[in-house]
Design a protein around this ligand. Sequence first.
Ligand code: FES
Length: 143
Amino acid sequence: MRTYRNQDLIVYWKPEKCIHVGYCIRNLPSVFNVKKRPWIDINGAPPEEIIKVIDICPSGALLYSLPEGSRVDPDLGKGPGSLHYHCEDLQVEVRLLKDGPILIKGPSVLFDESGALLKTDDNLCLCRCGKSKNPPFCDGSHR
Ligand code: FES
């Protein structure tokens, strides 16, 4: 997991979880730009805007937290993209992406065909195109 930080926000990126939906680069290119290195410029927009975009990242590849002393409203830092986010009602959301994976948001435990534990996570992206090189997880190959 890579981290990007400033005084008000810490952004975490888990590249292995990215399914390349592109919400981040389309909604906030001043921060998320794959043509630049590093591709995340945490000073490219106010932290509140970065939080809004990360909250809609469906894969959980992008997360954030507020460092001590952050000037961001603490309530804003509790969204679904927060590193410490937990579904308080334990509701699990299952979403089918058009021509893409199955997204499962919420505390989940995934077992394989033999019943062996594969993964425990709050964000699972499962391949349904059959092209993933890391089945049963989506790796973006559906594009
Ligand atoms: S659905 Fe993404 S790799 Fe298959």
